[in-house]
Design a protein. Structure first.
Length: 125
């Protein structure tokens, strides 16, 4: 699936930790995108996901458009994992909206029709 998107993983772990993770984890060694280290917490702080009291970054996902605008962000509690299917639907929905100016409703899948967006259309779907 090609969504014409770039994926970066940013962690407060060291580069050495990333290397060991990739070498020892069966799922991590399949990663085909860059793993970046934010050891000084600069990125985590700028995106508002650094817990100053705990000294760690929350798990978060940001979708940023080509103009640098954040289109979506999700911050996950430690007890809940990310849902890649929903993230892919989100990316596909954003791209669909960019092409058609139509929105996508809950449960929308590629191939489904979109919906008109704006105040005049609220509650009609």
């Amino acid at each position: 699936m090609n969504l014409n998107s770039e994926v970066l993983a940013i962690s407060t772990d060291s580069i050495l930790s990333h290397k060991m993770f990739i070498q020892t984890s069966p799922s991590a060694n399949k990663i085909n995108y860059p793993l970046l280290s934010d050891r000084n917490f600069e990125i985590s702080k700028k995106y508002g996901v650094f817990d100053e009291n705990g000294g760690y970054a929350y798990r978060a996902t940001f979708v940023i458009d080509t103009e640098g605008a954040i289109k979506s962000y999700l911050v996950y509690p430690d007890s809940v994992g990310r849902n890649i299917d929903e993230l892919l639907r989100l990316l596909e929905g954003l791209q669909y909206n960019q092409k058609t100016s139509l929105g996508v409703q809950s449960g929308w899948k590629p191939g489904d029709s979109g919906i008109e967006v704006g105040w005049d259309h609220i509650g009609k779907y």
